[in-house]
Ligand binder design. Structure first.
Ligand code: ASP
Ligand code: MG
Length: 402
């Protein structure tokens, strides 16, 4: 078997944990498997490096920032190879250049395009464990790039796909994907299995266990993932195309507080207005999530939408700048809102799921601001203060508890 095993920052945060991971992987190796490891930077090292950069220059160039950040992963893989040597296990560390992992050229948010597998294959043929830096790549200028925060998951999935690995295990500090964030819902239950689509919609569940793009890539190439803890032997959660074990109506409840709602009041009720508004935001690279447009009256209409709270200042600025041509009377904004979502592949064929959610919220007197739905998801916007109450009520309504 060829196994790809990815370990996040907490799993390699110090000497003891590095040794623990080394022993775990040595065991796989001794059972006769080919082992490819992908590591993140130790602990909070990426944050430390970003702080160091900003201390010297508040707006560092993205190229130099990537140059700096890639040292985090390089430290982990070298130390891991040294740890393996103390266990008398042949191992070699490789960075993105040595592999090589080719990406698009944008710094700090590059996408993997192609991975050369020759070097890895060659080292595996020598019966070595191959320890590869996560999160980094090389672009056409022969510069380092990084894949965005949390990107090591994506490195692991891409490697599993390129090497046709038999399994891809993502080790983290939680032991799987839960029906709700265990910090909010005391009796949240660990799921045995979840589909790629559900996982994508539940990205915020269970402390954001997987990098979104890694799930997209896993779905595209049919790489089955296992999310589990490096600290315990507990069975994790399997992420795959189709699940059978637990065909629940609703698989989980997610909450997201990183939301701002913006309303444009008194827009003209003529064709092209929505296009103009969202074109301004798109050109500023701002992702719009929920959208609500009121019915026109007295020749005016209102448009309300949500964006990530981080994008708030930018959004307000670009809309104010275009106030003349968009011709709205007034803009209002509220960041004390949060999204609550229920997700479940079983929803597709079962009516009444949304109303059950609304009932749970009504029962605890929570007002719904906005609603949006997809085939497998219902999302409502509520007051941020009510998040814990709402998640618990909805979780209970669908009988998701342990
Ligand atoms: N070290 C990088 C980060 O903290 C990548 C990763 O951990 O996946 O974002
Ligand atoms: Mg992570």
């Amino acid at each position: 078997m060829l196994v790809v095993k990815k370990f996040g920052g907490t799993s390699v945060a110090n000497k003891e944990r590095i040794m623990n991971v080394a022993r775990r992987c040595a065991k796989d190796y001794q059972e006769g498997n080919d082992v490819v490891m992908v590591l993140s930077a130790m602990g909070k090292q990426t944050d430390v490096l970003i702080d160091m950069a900003k201390d010297i220059n508040p707006t560092p160039s993205k190229r130099e920032l990537d140059m700096l950040l890639t040292t985090g992963e390089q430290t982990s893989v070298a130390l891991m190879a040294m740890a393996m040597a103390t266990l008398h296990i042949p191992a070699i560390s490789l960075n993105a250049f040595q592999v090589a992992m080719h990406t698009t050229s944008v710094y700090s948010n590059a996408r993997l395009k192609r991975i050369d597998t020759d070097r890895i294959r060659h080292e595996l043929d020598q019966r070595k464990i191959v320890i590869i830096t996560g999160f980094q790549g090389v672009n056409k200028y022969d510069d380092y790039t990084t894949l965005g925060r949390g990107g090591s998951d994506t490195t692991a999935v891409a490697l599993a796909a390129a090497l046709h690995a038999d399994s891809c295990e993502i080790y983290t500090d939680v032991d799987g994907v839960y029906t709700a964030d265990p910090r909010i819902v005391k009796n949240a239950r660990k799921m045995k299995e979840i589909t790629y689509d559900e996982m994508l919609d539940l990205a915020t569940l269970g402390a954001g266990v997987l990098h979104n793009r890694s799930v997209e890539m896993a779905k595209k190439y049919g790489v089955q993932l296992v999310v589990r803890s490096s600290m315990t032997e507990a069975e994790g959660t399997i992420v795959k195309e189709d699940t059978k074990v637990e065909r629940m109506l609703v698989s989980g409840v997610a909450a997201d507080k990183n939301v701002t709602r913006i309303s444009l009041i008194g827009l003209k009720d003529v064709p092209g207005i929505a296009f103009k508004v969202f074109d301004v935001l798109a050109k500023a690279n701002i992702n719009v999530d929920m959208i609500l447009q009121s019915i026109g009256r007295h020749n005016t209409k209102d448009i309300t939408f949500t964006i990530a709270e981080d994008a708030r200042d930018e959004a307000i600025k670009v809309l104010e700048d275009k106030k003349g041509s968009l011709a709205f009377e007034e803009m209002s904004e509220n960041s004390n809102v949060a999204k609550i979502s229920i997700v479940g592949a079983g929803m597709m064929s079962n009516p009444g799921v949304a109303s059950k959610m609304f009932e749970a919220l009504y029962n605890c007197d929570i007002n719904i601001n906005m609603i949006s739905t997809s085939e497998i998801r219902v999302t409502v916007l509520i007051d941020e203060k009510e998040v814990e109450k709402a998640v618990n009520a909805v979780h209970e309504m669908f009988g998701l508890e342990d």
